[in-house]
Write a protein that binds this ligand. Structure first.
Ligand code: IVH
Length: 675
C-alpha cells in the first residue's frame, strides 16, 4: 500500500501525462520536450511497478497492450454502421444535392458538413460515463469484432474523456489510420529487419488492428479521427452534425481540423478543389470528400435507403493505385555503382500522372515482390513520392511466366556486381572503369550544388564519355571547343560558351568542391561541415578517422567513406589533376561569432521560396555559420517553411521547433548580414 499523498501524486502524474499526450497527439501542439515526457513516464512506470494494485485505468502505461486473445468476440452494433454512396464528378454531386432539395422541398441553399474521407478502417468506440468501454470494427455494419484491447493502445484515443458534463453513453465512430510518415518509418524498419513491409497505409492500419496480440498493435503508429456519433445520451441537445463534432472534440476526441460547413453545392465543389490541391501534402491518405447534410432534423427527414443514408455522399478523388502490366525490368547503374532495378510498365494514369517506370529499389525488394514478365502489378503514386510497384496480383499471373533474375554482372561494363553487406545495395565493382559510374560522377560534379557548370547537361556528358572524349572529371578542364564541335547540337557558339563555363567553374568553395567529388554518404550539408571543420583540402585528405568523427553529424559510416575515398590512389590522382587544372577556392573565413551569429545552429529549409530559392537560402545561412540539414529533428534550431512544405513542417510543429516563412527569413538575413 502507498500513502494517500503518494497516491495523489501518482494520480497527478497520470493527469499530467494525459494532458501532454492530448496536446501532442490530439491538438498537435506539443507542450513538453520528448525527453521530459519520457522522464515523467519512467517515473510513472516505477510507481506502478511498486504499486500494481493502484494502476489507473486511464494511465498512459495501459497503452502498451495486453495478453494475446484466442479470437475476437463478436459485437452487435446498437445502431447499424452504414456505408456511403459515391459521387465521381461535379454532376454526380449536383444530382445528389438536387435529390435532397426535392425531398426536403428546400429553397434555401442547404448546409453541408464537408470532411476529408480518410482511407483507413472504420471503428466504433463506446464510452460510458466518460470511460472507454468497448471498441469494435464495422464488420458487416450490424455485427463487428471487439477490438477494445487494440484500440486502447492508440495514442490519440482517450481512455477517459475530458470535461465534466459527460454523457452517460457515447458511441463515437471514426477512422483508424496510419499517417504516411508513420507508415514510411514502419516500412523502413521492416525492410531493414528483412520483414515484409505493408503495401499501403490502409493495409497497414487494417493489419495492425487485426492483431490478436495488442502488444503488436501498440508498436504500430496508428491514429484515430472521429467523424460521427452513433449514439449519445440526451441526443436532443444537439441540432447539427458540426455542433456535435465540436462538442466531442471538447471531450478530447480527435476530429479532422480540415472539416468545414458550407452552404450550397458550389461551395461543396470549391471545398473539393481546395482539398484536392492539398491532398499530396497531407500526412495521411484521403480517397475523397464526405458531404453530410448538417442539420439533424433534415437528416431525419431524409432517412436511409439500403445500407446508406440519403443525407450523405462520398465524392471520390482519382485513384492513387492502379493495376497495370509489367513489361520488363531494366537495371540502372548510379554514381556509386549502385545497381537499381527499374520496372518498365504499360503506361497507366495514377495519382495524377502517367507512369511508365517505377523503381524496384534493390535486389531484396525485387525478390520480395517476386515479379514475372507480364505480371499484373499494383502501382501506387501518392503525393510527390516516386511511383512504386507495391504488389503483384498473383491470381492474374500467366502459367509459365518468366521470372526476372538480378544480374551477376554490370549491364554497362560487365564487371562483377557485389553485394554491399551492410546495406541492401548491389554495386558494380567497375568503379571508374564503368562508363555508367563515370557519367554519373561527371554529372554530379557539374550539377548546380557542386561546380555548377552551365550548359553541361546529362545528354552532353553521355556523348562525351561514349565518344571517348573524356574519361574523368579532370578531363573537363582540358576540353577545347574543337573537341566539342562534332557532338550533337553543338555549334561553334555553344562550344565556346561551354568551354568558358567550365573555365569559370574553376573558382568555387571548398564545401562545393568536397561535395562535387561525390564521396559516398557525403551530401551537401556534410561537405559544408567538413569544409568548415578542416579549412583546407589537404587537412581533410590527411585527417585521421578520429578527427573526422569529431565533426558534427559525421558518424562512423561517413568517416569511413571519407577515409576510403582519399585512400584510393585513382581518386587522389583525380583530385590532384583538378587542382593542377586550376580549380581553386578562397580560404574559408575563420569562425567568428560576430559575423557568424548562427554558429552552432542547425537549420532546415523546406517548401518553395519564391524570392531567393532554397539553394540561396542555404548558402546565406551557411555563410552566417549555420549548419543546414536535410531533415528536422529535436536538434533543429529553426525551420524555414515555404508554400508546399510537407512532412518536415508537421514534424517541426510536433517537435516544437521554431518555424519561419520566407519573408521572416529575409528580414532576419538582412539584419544579420549587415553586421
Ligand atoms: S461517414 C453514414 N465520414 O468511409 C455515414 N465516413 O463508405 C457513414 N470514412 O465506413 C460514414 N472518412 O470508414 C464518414 N469523414 C468521414 C469518413 C468516412 C472515412 C469511411 C468510413 C466508412 C466509409 C463509408
Amino acid at each position: 500500500m502507498s500513502s494517500g499523498s503518494e497516491n495523489s501524486a501518482y494520480r497527478q502524474l497520470v493527469a499530467e501525462l494525459n494532458e501532454h499526450g492530448y496536446r501532442y497527439y490530439v491538438l498537435d501542439q506539443p507542450s513538453l520536450p520528448d525527453a521530459e515526457y519520457d522522464r515523467l513516464f519512467a517515473q510513472l512506470l516505477d510507481y506502478e511497478r511498486a504499486h500494481p494494485a493502484e494502476v489507473a485505468s486511464d494511465s498512459p502505461s495501459q497503452r502498451v497492450g495486453a495478453a494475446p486473445l484466442q479470437s475476437f468476440d463478436q459485437v452487435e452494433h446498437r445502431t447499424p454502421m452504414l456505408s456511403l454512396d459515391n459521387a465521381f464528378s461535379d454532376e454526380d454531386l449536383q444530382a445528389f444535392v438536387g435529390r435532397i432539395e426535392e425531398r426536403l422541398k428546400s429553397q434555401a441553399p442547404l448546409r453541408f458538413a464537408c470532411e476529408p474521407k480518410l482511407d483507413g478502417v472504420a471503428v466504433s468506440i463506446l464510452y460510458q460515463r466518460g470511460e472507454l468501454l468497448r471498441a469494435a470494427t464495422r464488420g458487416d455494419g450490424s455485427r463487428g469484432e471487439d477490438i477494445t484491447q487494440n484500440v486502447k493502445t492508440i495514442k490519440n484515443v482517450p481512455l477517459r474523456l475530458r470535461g465534466s458534463d459527460l454523457p452517460e453513453l457515447l458511441e463515437v465512430r471514426g477512422e483508424i489510420y496510419m499517417a504516411r510518415s508513420g507508415f514510411e518509418a514502419f516500412n523502413r524498419r521492416a525492410r531493414a529487419a528483412a520483414e515484409k513491409p505493408f503495401v499501403n497505409p490502409r493495409n497497414a492500419a487494417a493489419g495492425s488492428l487485426r492483431q490478436l496480440d495488442s502488444r503488436i498493435t501498440a508498436a504500430r503508429p496508428l491514429l484515430l479521427c472521429c467523424y460521427s456519433v452513433g449514439e449519445i445520451s440526451d441526443a436532443q441537445r444537439y441540432s447539427s452534425h458540426s455542433e456535435l463534432l465540436a462538442v466531442i472534440a471538447g471531450w478530447g476526441l480527435p476530429i479532422n481540423p480540415l472539416s468545414q460547413t458550407v452552404d450550397g453545392v458550389q461551395a461543396c465543389n470549391d471545398y473539393y478543389q481546395q482539398l484536392a490541391a492539398q491532398r499530396d501534402r497531407l500526412d495521411y491518405d484521403i480517397d475523397g470528400i464526405v458531404y453530410k447534410v448538417d442539420s439533424f432534423e433534415q437528416q431525419r427527414r431524409l432517412g436511409t435507403v439500403a445500407r446508406a443514408p440519403r443525407w450523405a455522399i462520398a465524392r471520390k478523388f482519382p485513384a492513387q493505385e492502379q493495376l497495370t502490366e509489367l513489361l520488363d525490368v531494366e537495371y540502372q547503374v548510379g554514381r556509386t555503382g549502385a545497381v537499381t532495378p527499374v520496372a518498365r510498365l504499360q503506361p497507366v494514369f495514377v495519382g495524377g500522372v502517367t507512369v511508365s517506370n517505377a523503381t524496384l529499389h534493390n535486389r531484396d525488394e525485387m525478390a520480395r515482390l517476386d515479379l514475372r514478365r507480364g505480371d499484373t502489378v499494383i502501382v501506387r503514386r501518392a503525393g510527390d513520392v516516386i511511383p512504386q510497384v507495391v504488389a503483384v496480383v498473383a491470381e492474374k499471373r500467366r502459367d509459365g511466366a518468366e521470372p526476372f533474375l538480378f544480374p551477376e554482372r554490370c549491364p554497362v561494363c560487365q564487371s562483377v556486381i557485389e553485394r554491399d553487406s551492410e546495406q541492401a545495395v548491389s554495386r558494380c565493382s567497375g568503379g571508374l572503369f564503368c562508363a555508367a559510374q563515370v557519367k554519373q560522377a561527371i554529372k554530379h560534379f557539374a550539377s548546380r550544388k557542386a561546380l555548377d557548370i552551365d550548359g553541361l547537361g546529362d545528354k552532353l556528358v553521355e556523348q562525351l564519355v561514349d565518344n571517348g572524349v573524356i574519361f574523368s572529371v579532370a578531363d573537363l578542364f582540358e576540353l577545347s571547343p574543337a573537341q566539342l564541335l562534332g557532338l550533337e547540337r553543338m555549334g561553334p557558339k555553344s562550344a565556346d560558351n561551354l568551354v568558358a563555363a567550365i573555365a569559370a567553374s574553376r573558382t568555387t568553395t571548398l564545401a562545393k568542391f568536397i561535395y562535387a567529388l561525390g564521396i559516398r554518404e557525403v551530401g551537401e550539408a556534410t561537405a559544408a561541415a567538413l569544409a568548415s571543420a578542416f579549412g583546407s583540402l589537404q587537412s581533410l585528405i590527411d585527417a585521421p578517422l578520429e578527427a573526422l568523427l569529431e565533426v558534427d553529424d559525421v558518424g562512423p559510416v561517413v568517416a569511413a567513406r571519407v577515409r576510403e575515398f582519399f585512400a584510393n590512389p585513382d581518386n587522389l590522382a583525380i583530385v590532384g589533376a583538378l587542382c593542377q587544372a586550376g580549380v581553386n577556392w578562397p580560404a574559408p573565413a575563420v569562425a567568428d561569432p560576430t559575423t557568424q551569429p548562427l554558429l552552432g545552429q542547425t537549420w532546415v529549409v523546406t517548401g518553395t521560396l519564391a524570392q531567393m530559392g532554397r539553394s540561396e537560402a542555404k548558402e546565406r545561412l551557411q555563410a552566417l555559420g549555420a549548419k543546414v540539414a536535410g531533415s528536422v529533428s529535436a536538434k533543429t534550431s529553426c525551420l524555414v517553411a515555404g508554400p508546399g512544405a510537407g512532412s518536415k513542417l508537421s514534424k517541426a510543429q510536433q517537435a516544437g521547433v521554431a518555424i519561419i516563412d520566407e519573408a521572416q527569413l529575409l528580414a532576419k538575413l538582412s539584419q544579420w548580414e549587415r553586421r
